[in-house]
Design a protein around this ligand. Structure first.
Ligand code: NDP
Length: 255
């Protein structure tokens, strides 16, 4: 076994990826599988492409339909994983939505929808997984998807609900990390900058035109560029890293 495999290898681990049917979740699911993890994709719609590409590359993966905002669906999915795979070692808590609206354009219902998915949905998954890990003495790693929008406001894109949800994810992560530290469960968050995915394709062109020249690297990131940070947080290499937020944004939050 190489030194890198020893540090970052995930052989024998079971990794959940929520929202793994497209975008960042799909690419990270493939990266976790290539590092040896058995991957379970949870999502509202199917994830055929993700499962096909992992299995064609010789990895192991399966899909369970699950809306992360519905506690009973999350509980049922996790119970099925424990039955089929016997463990849950890694969670990439990635499912999320974004609405590009000014504060007076958004309805309260739309505000709630974003918080419900990005914050409450991640909490539902954390809480249910944390319970299973504690009951089964699993020293697991939970990686919550935050965003640079949890630390800065992206002028001129007004998305108050999204920014608020991601800031709360970063602090929820710190809170759970402290609460579960002695249980051996590590909880960290990942804050990407602007990444080219189906979600960012929806960003109005005039906003992209305004943003990209402001980025120190003058380009968006790719989902592939997030894989190393996730592998670090998922693996034993990050044994003393918990409650941290890793920013991968090409220095966007530095300006
Ligand atoms: P996409 O829209 O491409 O993918 C989001 C995924 O989440 C989809 O698979 C979607 O599937 C799933 N999803 C949404 N709601 C739910 C739900 N209630 N239950 C289960 N699955 C759900 O987005 P990205 O890949 O760009 O984003 C992934 C994460 O990364 C999000 O949390 C996002 O906020 C965050 N992020 C993205 C950045 C970017 O620039 N792209 C930057 C920083 C953070 P379906 O709708 O079929 O259920």
């Amino acid at each position: 076994m190489s030194y890198l495999d020893e540090l970052f290898g995930l052989n024998g681990k079971v990794a959940i990826v929520t929202g793994g049917g497209r975008g960042i979740g799909q690419v990270v699911a493939e990266g976790l599988a290539k590092s040896g993890a058995k991957v379970v994709v949870l999502g509202r719609s199917g994830a055929d492409e993700t499962i096909d590409s992992i299995t064609k590359a010789g990895g192991k993966a399966y899909f369970i339909a699950c809306d992360v905002t519905k506690e009973e669906q999350v509980d049922a999915a996790l119970a099925e994983i424990m039955k089929r795979s016997g463990s849950i070692d890694i969670v990439f808590n990635n499912a999320g939505i974004c609405m590009h609206q000014g504060t007076f354009e958004a309805t309260i219902e739309e505000f709630r929808e974003v918080i419900d998915c990005n914050l409450t949905g991640e909490f539902i998954v954390c809480r249910a997984v944390g319970k299973i890990m504690i009951e089964n003495h699993i020293k697991g790693s939970i990686i919550n998807m935050a965003s640079m929008s949890g630390s800065i406001v992206n002028i001129p894109q007004w998305q108050c609900s999204y920014n608020a949800s991601k800031a709360a994810v970063i602090h929820m992560t710190r809170s759970l990390a402290a609460e579960w530290a002695l249980d051996g469960i590590r909880v960290n968050s990942l804050s990407p900058g602007y990444i080219a995915t189906p979600m960012s394709v929806d960003t109005p062109q005039e906003l992209k035109d305004a943003w990209i020249p402001l980025m120190p690297m003058h380009r968006m990131g790719t989902p592939e560029e997030l894989i190393p940070a996730v592998l670090y947080l998922a693996s034993d290499a990050s044994g003393y890293t918990t409650g941290s937020d890793i920013i991968v944004d090409g220095a966007y939050t530095c300006i």
